[in-house]
Design a protein around this ligand. Structure first.
Ligand code: C2E
Ligand code: MG
Ligand code: MG
Ligand code: MG
Length: 280
């Protein structure tokens, strides 16, 4: 009957929920240890100028290899770290690593490769987020232009006035700011007028098979690129997987591309070898 199937459904959901709680706790315990034991690392995915293929910088992406579980998906790590608050120390670790890497590249003469780091809503909402980051950059003697922050629309919308204040401060000190997964946040666009944004990263959903897409999807892409251009904001297409997508995006006026068509994220040594030590 409907009633008993309803009850089974409830059981099913509650068990799934339970599993997620347990999974979250396990990831969290593991993550605490991983932070202590240095099992975490950042990999770097390059971004290229579409016009001529020049390297524009890279994005730092969190990687965790657990002795038993193998590679843990970043989205699961972030989800569980956000739920527990561990995202704050984790985020600080990411900042430290990225700053150290940027300094190392700067010293080696590869100063043109800025590093973008991903930042969660909870991190930006910390009252000392800007101060902590500025302090690390200053302590390392890094030019703030070498760092970029990627924030999602939904992260900003949690507390727009607060985020705006934080971002204005960071922007004034020379860091650049990107909206990640642009077009997926279901938010009003008005924040674009309020915030000192340097770059829009068009979500993969705009990019996927865009060369072969329905005219209305292509029109939407053109409109977003025009909007960005008129705002004086650079555009990056994320998730570029084919040469045809890259060609279409370039014709449409998108400035930069990132995706498996060019490269996956690489460990720092491989990235250095492939993109910095050997001139393109
Ligand atoms: P994101 O910032 O939008 O990063 C892009 C994701 O798409 C990365 O997944 C990247 O590996 C993947 N990707 C890149 N090119 C392609 C492509 O051509 N096709 C497809 N299908 N995927 C592509 P990843 O590394 O699994 O990270 C997932 C998400 O986890 C990130 O999305 C970001 O939101 C979050 N994340 C990763 N590292 C950090 C971090 O250090 N801090 C925070 N707060 N979030 C992070
Ligand atoms: Mg990102
Ligand atoms: Mg993204
Ligand atoms: Mg994403």
């Amino acid at each position: 009957s409907a009633k008993s199937s309803g009850r089974n459904t409830w059981k099913f959901f509650s068990r799934r929920l339970m599993e997620r709680v347990v999974e979250g706790r396990q990831i969290d315990d593991g993550l605490r240890r991983a932070l202590d034991e240095r099992q975490l690392m950042l990999h770097y995915q390059p971004k290229f100028r579409l016009r001529d293929g020049a390297l524009c910088g890279c994005e730092a992406l969190l990687r965790w290899h657990h002795a038993e579980w193998g590679w843990v998906e970043p989205e699961r790590i972030i989800r569980s770290a956000e739920a527990s608050g561990l995202i704050v120390p984790l985020g600080r670790w990411v900042q430290q690593q990225a700053v150290a890497q940027a300094v190392q590249w700067e010293r080696a003469g590869y100063a043109h490769c800025a590093i973008a780091i991903n930042v969660s809503a909870l991190e930006v909402m910390q009252a000392d987020f800007a101060a902590f980051l500025q302090q690390q950059v200053a302590a390392a003697g890094l030019a703030p232009q070498r760092l970029q922050l990627e924030l999602t629309e939904s992260a900003l919308m949690q507390d727009l006035p607060g985020a705006a204040e934080t971002l204005r401060r960071l922007s004034m000190s020379g860091l650049s700011l990107a909206i990640d997964d642009f077009g997926t946040g279901y938010s009003s666009l008005s924040y674009l007028a309020e915030l000192p944004i340097d770059l829009l990263k068009l979500d993969r959903s705009f990019v996927h098979h865009i060369d072969d897409a329905a005219p209305r999807r292509q029109t939407l892409l053109h409109a977003v690129l025009t909007l960005a251009e008129n705002l004086g904001v650079l555009t990056v297409a994320e998730g570029v997987e084919t040469a045809a997508e890259a060609a279409f995006l370039q014709d449409a006026g998108c400035a930069q591309g990132q995706g498996f068509h060019y490269s996956r994220a690489l460990d720092a040594d491989s990235f250095t070898q492939r993109y910095l030590a050997t001139p393109a």
